[in-house]
Design a protein around this ligand. Structure first.
Ligand code: GAP
Length: 545
């Protein structure tokens, strides 16, 4: 059990053990990392204070890597779901949705390969008793070498100035060449060990690279063991006869088992897609970084059923379409990058991640996987049922291939959260916390604020609540000074506040304040709905896709 908002437990970064003694070149990096850590600490504190995310079972000291969403969090989460669902199911004629059960027949997981292959290699440090994923220790080591290359780039850019050409520098600089060679050789060995499940090879690599535990600073490692990430449970009251079940580690299998039911009932022809949003469960070895890596989380997955041998085309199609969906939110293009996989999951012949630049660095936000015919072929084999698709044009039956897009809803929440939360210095020297959420995702679209807590103004405000309550999510707040109330709304990301004053009683107008610019304007009540919905409406964003 962890104490929920204790950052020392929650953030996983390359930390230098304090007793190492910080020297010269490390001090700069150390300060940078401390800054990142502080930034993330603020995000977590904000999420709790303003009712976005709470640690589950907090009064019992919490449950490790399990979180609850509060009143504002559930709105933000639902709005993200809405943005994804509309883009997929309303945006494409050939995509339909389903909601399949979390419990599935246990053979599902044998056929899908999860019983045998959904493992992570784990390793313990004997001195600190801390547990790690062996592959992540090596990946982190690789990232350290990559950051050495970036440092060389920075130095050279400073030295050479405007004429600096990154590609030429990377291909000609000797030191960079040396680092790159190391990266290639380590990556190659890592991939080969993972492919062959060579646990001894992984341990040898960790020892050869002199990787140490970030807590004890020693390399006193246990052997590497495989650890299956699925949670097991029982179906049935009688212990003897109850059957073993798994909590689903991905929503995708519910789509695979239903694909023919959906295809026939929705009268779809290949290519067509099935979308689903739902909970998934993984007993992660190392679950840190707040809601980034959870044991219970939500996925938004879409399986696109295609003709075999067309997977390359659809892989690049969905890579582009998904990146476009992300960029349209306007969080900033620099936050995203693709990361092509070398170590493929057991079902894939190609895979790429859309990575997001979180406060702890670039990490996977979404996966795009070419799953071939792996899943359907195996379900056919294990069930003994024919689940081929009949092509009405060619009059041939075949097992479709699948192109999958899979995004973690909680990771998307964290991406939106960390990139939108800002501390802003104002011209009068004060600071404000402003949550610059894309307006269509904001939990509250409109705050109705009587200037003072006066009966007539409150009555007028309540009348506005009645007028807008079915169109816009709103709050009504008459407590505290107007300045404090503006700050409260800025901090939860409310795009518009309207203030009711004594003039409103005469001219039926109110003052509307913009969250980002803090500009205020007088506006007639009859124009409010049109002005606000034109800014917070999700459809205008969806139309750009
Ligand atoms: N159906 C394919 C699949 O599940 P994955 O790459 O294992 O692929 C897809 O997971 C997405 O689910 C990831 O890109 C990530 O956003 C999210 N995800 C995976 N494990 C997670 C965890 N422990 N906590 C939160 N999100 C997770």
């Amino acid at each position: 059990m962890k104490n929920g908002f204790n950052m020392v437990n929650l953030i996983e970064i390359q930390r230098f053990p304090v007793f190492f003694g910080l020297k010269g070149k490390y001090i700069h990096l150390f300060l940078h990392l401390m800054n990142q850590e502080n930034q993330f600490k603020k995000v977590i504190a904000h999420a709790k204070e303003y009712g976005f995310v709470f640690l589950s079972s907090e009064i019992y000291d919490g449950l490790s890597a399990v979180y609850d969403y509060g009143p504002n969090g559930v709105h933000l989460k639902n709005n993200i779901k809405d943005y994804w669902w509309k883009a997929m199911v309303q945006g494409y004629d050939q995509i339909v949705g389903i909601d399949s059960a979390i419990f599935m027949h246990p053979t599902t997981w044998k056929a899908s390969g999860h019983v045998d292959s959904f493992n992570d290699p784990m390793i313990d440090n004997r001195d600190s008793k801390k547990r790690y994923r062996a592959d992540e220790l090596i990946e982190n080591h690789l990232n350290k070498i990559r950051s050495k290359i970036e440092k060389e780039v920075l130095k050279a850019r400073k030295r050479i100035g405007e004429q600096f050409d990154r590609d030429t520098f990377l291909s000609t600089n000797q030191r960079v060449g040396g680092h790159q060679k190391k990266i290639d050789s380590i990556s190659h060995r890592l991939t080969s060990c993972l492919k062959r499940s060579d646990l001894v090879g992984l341990k040898n690599l960790i020892e050869e690279l002199a990787i140490t535990c970030q807590v004890s600073g020693t390399n006193n490692w246990t052997d590497v063991k495989q650890f299956n990430l699925m949670f097991e449970t029982k179906l049935g009251a009688d212990k003897q006869s109850a059957s073993d079940l798994y909590l689903r580690p991905e929503t995708a299998q519910g789509i695979f088992l239903n694909y023919l039911n959906v295809q026939k009932s929705a009268r779809k022809k290949i290519p067509f897609g099935i979308a689903q949003i739902g909970k998934a469960f993984r007993n992660e070895i190392v679950a840190r970084q707040f809601i980034f890596r959870m044991r219970e989380f939500e996925q938004m997955e879409m399986q696109y059923f295609i003709e075999p041998k067309t997977q390359k085309h659809w892989f690049s199609y969905w890579k582009e379409a998904r990146l476009k969906w992300h960029l349209a939110l306007g969080l900033g293009d620099d936050y995203y990058r693709f990361h092509e996989h070398e170590n493929l999951a057991h079902y894939a012949d190609a895979a790429t991640d859309i990575e997001f630049n979180y406060p702890f660095g670039f990490k996977e936000l979404e996966g795009i996987h070419s799953r071939t015919g792996f899943d359907l072929t195996n379900h056919q084999k294990y069930s003994g049922k024919k689940i081929t698709y009949f092509d009405p044009h060619t009059k041939q039956s075949y097992t479709p291939y699948v192109l999958e897009t899979s995004i973690g809803l909680d990771r998307m929440f964290l991406a939106v959260y960390t990139s939108s939360l800002k501390e802003q210095k104002l011209s009068d020297g004060s600071t404000r916390i402003v949550f610059e959420l894309p307006p269509c995702l904001a939990p509250v679209k409109l705050a109705i604020l009587p200037l003072v807590n006066n009966e007539e103004l409150v009555h007028f405000g309540n009348h506005l609540v009645e007028k807008f309550k079915w169109d816009l999510s709103h709050v009504f707040d008459a407590k505290d000074t107007i300045g404090k109330r503006y700050r409260r709304q800025d901090a939860i990301g409310t795009p518009f506040c309207i203030t009711v004053d004594f003039d409103s009683l005469k001219d039926n107008s109110v003052t509307i304040r913009n969250r980002d610019t803090m500009d205020q304007e007088r506006i007639h009540v009859e124009h409010l709905k049109q002005v606000i919905t034109s800014k917070v409406d999700m459809n205008s964003l969806l139309k750009t896709l």
